[in-house]
Design a protein around this ligand. Sequence first.
Ligand SMILES: Cc1cc2nc3c(=O)[nH]c(=O)nc-3n(C[C@H](O)[C@H](O)[C@H](O)COP(=O)(O)OP(=O)(O)OC[C@H]3O[C@@H](n4cnc5c(N)ncnc54)[C@H](O)[C@@H]3O)c2cc1C
Length: 403
Amino acid sequence: MQTYDVVVVGAGLAGLQCTRLLAGHGLRVVLVDRKQSLEQAVHTTGIFVRRSFDDFALPPACFGPPIRHVSLYSPHRRCLELVSPRDEFRIAHMGTLYTRLLKDCRAAGAEWLPATSYLGSDASCEGSLVHLKVDGEPRTVAARYLVAADGTNSRVARDLGLSLNTDWIVGLEEVFHDVPLNGPPRLHCFLDHRVAPGYIAWIAEDGHSVHVGVGGYPAKFQPSGALDEFRSTVGSIVQLRSARLVDRRGGRIPLGGILPNLVNERGLSIGDAAGAVSPLTAGGLDPCLRLSELAAKVINQFLSTRQRSHLEAYDGRQFRRRYLVRRALRTAFSYAAYNAVLEAGFAVLNSRPGHLFAERVFFGRGSFPDVLTSDVGSAAARSVAKSVASTGKPQNSQTISVN
Ligand SMILES: Cc1cc2nc3c(=O)[nH]c(=O)nc-3n(C[C@H](O)[C@H](O)[C@H](O)COP(=O)(O)OP(=O)(O)OC[C@H]3O[C@@H](n4cnc5c(N)ncnc54)[C@H](O)[C@@H]3O)c2cc1C
């Protein structure tokens, strides 16, 4: 039986980032995904925020042009224009980005098993026995540590006894090419309970592609019908008549905030499996990068020393406290079940303080709490983590940045 230091299940952004860093620490890592190719079944729009570019070395060739403009629409299509002096967003070519990150993982020494499904795992004295189906054939491997990077409905997290997502919305979008860009690259966000109950509908256009999508609570709408309805109303904003439909993407987005119980001696969860998505903006890509870096450091220290104290730095409760305001706003937003309420809320946003609040939501650096990676597991790091939890501000901390 093959033995690995770490088995990472799921080659989305979280799994790829964690695998690359673990392999860079010299650990024997295998990354598995049920997909044959990472270019297939992409489920995200792929909008990255400025903060990701500030803190991580993302390959520029995998991204479209920068976006500084946001238009926010009320249900009656009144419009609030927000413009940032900085490049705030870029839409990734996700298939190309995943392929590039996978290449980096393999260059760092990680093994890659495509077309491989995770079936289950059992505790063993060394860690876990992980049951896989590789190209249709059952195979069991031994792992000292197991990483759940398998998305919102994580089977791995369930088998590890970690917290699971219970609150999510569903997003569905179409991606078009050959659409003339009317003005600067822009995100258009629509408040409309009919087509996006509890979330927003969107158009993201950067001159390379146009993404038209809807999101909302699954019990309150039918995504495909809502997308048809929404698309039929946006002719004055984007010209889709001669556009080429190149992709249709969709999936669950966890919105309950980061989960409390993310780690134990057998494994941990990252990305959507950890609920690491902003409850307000539903942005999950920046949190994937951030949390995976912390996870890789914690795993490396735990496997080198076997001291449980190193795992404490990965306690989801320390981040969860920092989500309190965003979770409260999400709850309020999910209860705005009538367009009249949204229209009234929009009027507030149109005031000066409302405008500042909207700028903060769209252009702020708060999509995910900074995680502290200096000397992870040490008493110093624990006291810094406590200071963040109590004051909301890191003291003497080093926030992550990637090579
Ligand atoms: C429609 C939509 C639009 C979005 N747009 C944005 C956006 O613009 N910006 C943003 O920041 N966030 C966005 N999000 C959220 C963001 O995409 C996610 O938070 C992020 O992609 C999560 O990455 P992940 O690696 O945790 O999970 P995933 O990308 O879901 O990766 C999980 C991987 O695990 C594999 N897997 C699952 N089960 C198994 C198994 N049993 N065996 C083997 N492999 C398995 C899957 O094949 C998959 O490759 C969007 C989400 C949706 C649904």
